[in-house]
Design a protein around this ligand. Structure first.
Ligand code: G3H
Ligand code: 13P
Ligand code: ZN
Length: 314
């Protein structure tokens, strides 16, 4: 059953975070549904612009609709990840997405507000909810002077003004994470102090944490042992998810870790079975490993075991 992210956030706020997982293909979709049902978790399917154009946006939509029929017990939102204005309008028009993200965070503050507000107005007339971003992820290097680095993080006072003036439904905050497999070049970690200040100014308002893959070191080691070269890869400590949830984070975005599962499975499979050329054999292993990975993440997020309560109170 497809619901809005807003609905899921009402259940989660202050208690746990919902996993937002990026998908690109059939095997990920199957593993995702199995993993969430195995762990009885609500979830968010995220579709990026790149995913929409990997084959065709209609292909992904059709596969997700099929999964919704195959797994009638699943409760999830369909969300556009990092959309530009035109892609948001396309998704709003499609009637398939229950939630869109407008990412104009690279624009100056006033322009970010203007673009975001236009998307909110278009989305809300169709009961679609909107996530927007303020601040800049990534690039917070250790050699950057303290106030220079802080300038890239979300400013709590601006966050309040941004939410008030745009009417968005959730806010993606920059609190020290970055996208991809190489986060935290030095000793930096999550800036819970900044998160707490944002929550103080926006009590009860759903916050979103991007760039939240953990980049497990065992996974990186296995990939490198099977011919990969991901030296120095590092991520967010998944044991901090629940603390983030108590500070208002209701959505935690995870893409890279799923890609690492895919890479490890396929590298090891072909290393260990050089005679194989049947794509379904590693595909089967991947679907099962991906389901396991999703279920484990949901335990860390606290979303595991929540689906029955949500179903009863929807
Ligand atoms: O934040 C970006 C996501 O990891 C999606 O990545 O644009 O390569 O699909 P992508
Ligand atoms: P990761 O690269 O840490 O998985 O972040 C994904 C993300 O934020 C998608 O929007
Ligand atoms: Zn992101």
């Amino acid at each position: 059953m497809i619901v809005t992210t807003k609905k899921l956030f009402e259940f989660a706020y202050g208690k746990y975070a919902i996993g937002a997982y990026n998908i690109n293909n059939l095997e990920q979709i199957m593993g995702l549904f199995h993993g969430n049902l195995d762990s009885k978790a609500p979830f968010i399917i995220q579709i990026s612009k790149g995913a929409r154009s990997y084959t065709d946006k209609h292909m992904l939509e059709a596969m997700i609709r099929a999964a919704d029929e195959i797994f009638p017990d699943a409760i999830f939102a369909v969300h556009l990840d990092h959309g530009d204005e035109q892609t948001c309008y396309d998704c709003i028009k499609s009637g398939f997405y229950s939630s869109v993200m407008i990412d104009a965070s690279n624009e100056p503050f006033e322009e970010n507000i203007a673009i975001t507000k236009r998307v909110v107005d278009a989305a809300h007339t169709k009961n679609i909810v909107v996530e927007a971003e303020l601040g800049q992820l990534g690039g917070v290097e250790e050699h950057v002077a303290v106030n220079e680095a802080d300038a890239k993080l979300t400013d709590p006072d601006q966050a309040k003004e941004f939410v008030d003036r745009t009417g968005i439904d959730s806010l993606a905050c920059a609190i020290g994470t970055s996208h991809g497999a190489f986060k935290f070049s030095g000793t930096q970690g999550l800036r819970f102090d900044v998160l707490a200040e944002i929550q103080k100014r926006l009590p009860g308002f759903p916050l979103v944490m991007h760039g939240s893959s953990s980049v497990p070191q065992e996974e990186v080691a296995r990939i490198n042992a099977a011919g990969g070269n991901l030296k120095g890869a590092k991520g967010v400590d998944a044991n901090q998810f629940k603390k983030a949830a108590t500070l208002g984070v209701t959505k935690i975005n995870i893409d890279t870790d799923g890609r690492l599962v895919w890479t490890r499975v396929h590298r090891e499979y072909f290393r260990d079975h050089p005679e194989v050329f049947d794509l379904r054999l590693p595909g089967k292993v991947f679907m099962s490993e991906y389901a396991k990975f999703i279920a484990e993440k949901n335990e860390k997020l606290g979303s595991a075991g929540q689906i029955d309560f949500i179903r009863k109170h929807l």
